[in-house]
Write a new protein. Structure first.
Length: 105
């Protein structure tokens, strides 16, 4: 099996990448994000936890890092993985004063 030696390094790279990825938890409470800014690495994710008793809609229109997590009911947890470097401006579509900056390095 000539392909076996090539498969093992690919599997190791995938396993190492998975080990190094991390998750940052950002709470949504009192119509605010728990942090104003976070720094993460490419491949890391941010989990948004709605601790309010109202709906939030987390999204970003930042070039190359745009996303929309949709409506998050109270108690909901939704994560987004950031796979490109850059500064991402995250907002709540319902509550425009909710702002978070995610710096992806």
């Amino acid at each position: 099996m000539k392909s076996f030696p090539l498969i093992v390094p690919a599997m190791l790279i995938a396993a190492v990448s998975a080990v190094h990825a991390s998750e940052v938890v950002i709470d949504q409470q009192n119509k605010e994000f728990s942090e104003k800014s976070v720094h993460i690495k490419v491949g890391d994710s941010v989990k948004f936890v709605n601790k309010d008793d109202i709906v939030h809609e987390v999204h970003s229109d930042s070039d190359g890092n745009d996303f929309d997590l949709g409506a998050q009911k109270p108690g909901a947890e939704t994560a987004h993985t950031f796979d490109k470097p850059g500064t991402v401006k995250v907002r709540c579509a319902i509550h425009p004063k909710m702002k978070l900056e995610v710096v992806v390095e």
